[in-house]
Design a protein around this ligand. Structure first.
Ligand code: NAD
Ligand code: TYD
Length: 354
């Protein structure tokens, strides 16, 4: 059995669902169910005895230790985190608690548990930590994409907390020999993406007739990765990654935010045209920029391709078409996750813009 943390969030739930499409191996899913965790994402697994869900905190050492031992866990995949840059600017403390102290606790519990194992079971144990390209800081337009050896230069409370967790993971290998793997990926998108992040927020606002908020000049660049491609990369690293190595995962899709929003508007204009026949682009609204906004992220995913044979299957066009189609077919999901807490966040962040 593997322990997946944060498996009710966006990427974690996609990972769990994709896992069962190809594997019979059970998953123990530990998730605190913060505002970002939704059991609704895992509804299709109801009655599947290979999926064991436990509501709990990665910072709870008693619980984590008990779960590792009781279920003879052979690998930990750590998705659990506070993940939204804007929220980290308004209130960084949850980011420190979960991303740094929580990861520390998970490492410590894993190290103690791993110390009790023997032989091949011990040799085959893995701790895979899921991290982000944001730890590398910001690139100018001309600079080459981030490689694994790029210096860490985090700029937001979120990326600083993820950078700290990456360093802890590294230290637990070098100091204690814990067999760790780290993946650093670019911006994901796809089904079950909480509508506080750019792509689902724009789809949701467009359909609600609300403004589509673009921070600053909208020319910030992200490297968009379809979530199921990210999940296949993690499975690949878990199976074949070299202990102690880090792997960059990117979508080979660098796009400026404004271009992303135009693509969404074009897809919605085709598949769900506005009643008045006008384009959704009319709803685009430029708003104040994010403080410390990183200009460009880009991943060089050459190492994972050369060493492990992984490549993304989706292009930006195919991934965006699937994503918009999913949101159009699952409006109930969006309605259910945009609760009172969500509305409070939107008020705080966009002060009346939404
Ligand atoms: P998310 O915010 O959608 O989900 C996070 C999940 O973790 C939620 O289900 C939440 O309930 C759970 N969680 C939070 N604190 C917890 C705690 N203390 N104990 C247990 N569970 C807890 O995040 P996501 O977008 O799915 O990201 C998953 C991972 O991937 C994160 O580590 C994030 O830093 C990383 N990442 C995400 C992206 C992206 O584009 N979304 C890009 C790069 C890296
Ligand atoms: P986001 O989805 O929050 O991911 P990240 O900050 O981790 O890259 O944002 C993606 C880009 O979109 C980022 O440059 C900020 C920008 N953005 C907007 O322009 N408007 C918005 O309302 C949001 C949420 C993001």
């Amino acid at each position: 059995m593997i322990l997946v943390t944060g498996g009710a969030g966006f990427i974690g739930s996609n990972f769990v669902l994709d896992w069962f499409a190809t594997s019979q191996e059970p998953i123990l899913n530990l998730d605190k169910l913060t505002y970002a965790g939704n059991l609704e994402n895992l509804k299709s697994l109801e009655g599947n005895s290979n999926h064991i869900f436990v509501r709990g905190d990665i910072g709870d050492s008693e619980l984590v230790s008990e779960l590792l031992t009781k279920h003879s866990v052979r690998a930990v995949v750590n998705f659990a985190a506070e993940s939204h840059v804007d929220r980290s600017i308004h209130g960084p403390s949850d980011f420190i608690n979960t991303n740094i102290i929580g990861t520390f606790n998970l490492l410590e519990c894993s190290r103690k548990y791993w110390g009790t194992l023997n032989g091949a079971i011990k040799d085959n144990f893995r701790f895979l930590h899921v991290s982000t390209d944001e730890v590398f800081g910001s690139l100018s337009k001309e600079e080459p994409a981030f490689t694994e050896s790029h210096p860490y230069e985090p700029n937001s409370p979120y990326s600083a907390s993820k950078a700290a967790s990456d360093h802890l993971v590294r230290a637990w290998l070098h100091t204690y020999g814990l067999p760790v793997l780290t993946t650093n990926c670019s911006n994901n998108y796809g089904p079950y993406h909480f509508p506080e992040k750019l792509i689902p927020l724009v789809i949701h606002n467009a359909l609600q007739g609300r403004p589509l908020p673009i921070y600053g000049d909208g020319q910030q660049i992200r490297d968009w990765l379809y979530v199921s491609d990210h999940c296949s990369a993690i499975r690949c690293v878990l199976q074949r990654g070299q202990i102690g190595e880090t792997y960059n995962v990117g979508g080979c899709n660098e796009k400026a935010n404004l271009e992303v929003v135009h693509t969404i508007c074009d897809l919605l204009d085709t598949h769900k045209p506005r009643g008045d026949g006008h384009s959704y682009k009319e709803q685009i609204t430029f708003v104040a920029d994010r403080p410390g906004h990183d200009r460009r992220y880009a991943m060089d995913a050459g190492k994972i391709e050369r060493e492990l044979g992984w490549r993304p299957a989706e292009t930006f066009e195919s991934g965006m078409a699937k994503t918009v189609a999913w949101y159009l077919a699952n409006t109930q999901w969006t309605q259910n996750v945009t609760s009172g807490a969500y509305r409070e966040w939107v008020e705080k962040q966009y002060v009346g813009a939404a």
